[in-house]
Ligand binder design. Structure first.
Ligand SMILES: [Zn+2]
Length: 328
């Protein structure tokens, strides 16, 4: 397969073996802990989480992101890949960062994946009396998602490259409900910090996926999402979101939390960069890192959700209805 067909600069080498650490629990980090820079491990160490090693595994798509291996106070081991697997100065789409990150997690045996994000609210309810609205300062455990890009749904060069004929991912409950409950209760027990409001899946908030881009949404996009949310009766937030389909296809329960940092660009007459930098550097890192560490050290793999069941096996006839693989 040529580099062009692989969709990245790096070509595709299916023969690469995974040589990094293994664990059933992992986090892809995210913007809530950006303010810690490269010091997440120091924050973790002060709370009894030892960083056992730092790795840089090769993947079929080129050199992967950093993989940190931790052991928490309970003895639980988990992996951390900083910021969705993105590498500084590398275009995430061009360098296939989502494929690389998920290939690593899949090969590492990860079953529970925690991801955090920050977002802009496009809730149509912006009056002072709209107490139920999704506002800056809130924590959201989204119900569903929208996507503006063609997001990755498989892992090229593996048995998961294109598995639609063999198994189909039904995208009800893209964000594991029992894990959302666990995040909600953890967030309510944070020391010295209270979110203005926590919106659980029952609030029906939709996360508009856009993982990699050099800008915020335009006013027109935010107005469109505001109108769509009002029409659906489901408020929309805009922010980073890894592919829920890819997580499901890889057999992972996806736990997603979002901290609403601002109103969608242009919906209010504010410059979000001013409040965002203060929020990211001063308030949020310690709160989000505390939440992530407590969750990863204690949560169990859920047994009452439908995450595995919703990856439905299909009759063998469907795969035989496609051309067979080349034999040479
Ligand atoms: Zn689940």
């Amino acid at each position: 397969m040529s580099a062009g067909q692989a969709g990245c600069l790096c070509g595709l080498d299916p023969s690469v073996e995974y040589e990094g650490p293994r664990a059933a629990f992992a986090t892809l980090g995210g913007s809530p802990t950006w303010g810690l820079g490269d010091r997440f491990h120091e924050f973790a160490a002060a709370r009894g989480h030892a960083r056992l090693g730092v790795h840089r595994p090769r993947t079929p798509y080129g050199l992967g992101p950093q993989v940190e291996h931790y052991r928490g106070p309970s003895g639980r081991e988990f992996l951390r890949v900083p910021t969705y697997g993105q590498v500084v100065d590398e275009d995430p789409l061009l360098r296939a960062s989502e494929w690389k990150a998920f290939w690593i997690l899949w090969k590492a045996g990860v079953r529970v994946l925690l991801v955090g994000g920050t977002s802009g609210s496009c809730d149509w309810r912006r009056g002072a009396a709209d107490e139920d609205a999704v506002r800056p300062g809130d924590l959201v455990l989204p119900k569903s998602y929208l996507t503006r890009d063609t997001m990755p749904t498989g892992l090229p060069g593996t048995e998961l490259e294109f598995c639609l004929a063999r198994q189909v991912a039904i995208m009800d409950d893209p964000f594991c409900p029992p894990l959302a409950d666990a995040l909600r209760s953890r967030a309510g027990r944070l020391p010295d910090f209270r979110f203005r409001r926590v919106h659980g899946p029952d609030a029906g908030v939709v996360l508009n996926r856009w993982l990699a881009g050099n800008g915020f949404e335009s006013l027109a996009t935010c107005r469109m999402l505001e109108a769509a949310g009002r029409q659906m009766g489901m408020p929309v937030i805009t922010g980073d979101c890894v592919s829920p389909v890819l997580a499901r296809v890889c057999g992972m329960h996806l736990a997603y939390f979002h901290v609403v940092a601002n109103w969608g660009t242009g919906l209010e007459p504010e410059d979000p960069t001013i409040t965002l930098n203060r929020l990211y550097l001063e308030t949020l890192p310690a709160v989000a890192a505390t939440l992530e560490l407590a969750f990863l050290d204690a949560v169990s793999e859920p047994t009452t959700c439908r995450c595995r069941e919703l990856l439905r096996v299909r009759p063998p006839e469907y795969a035989r209805a496609l051309s067979p693989p080349a034999t040479t």
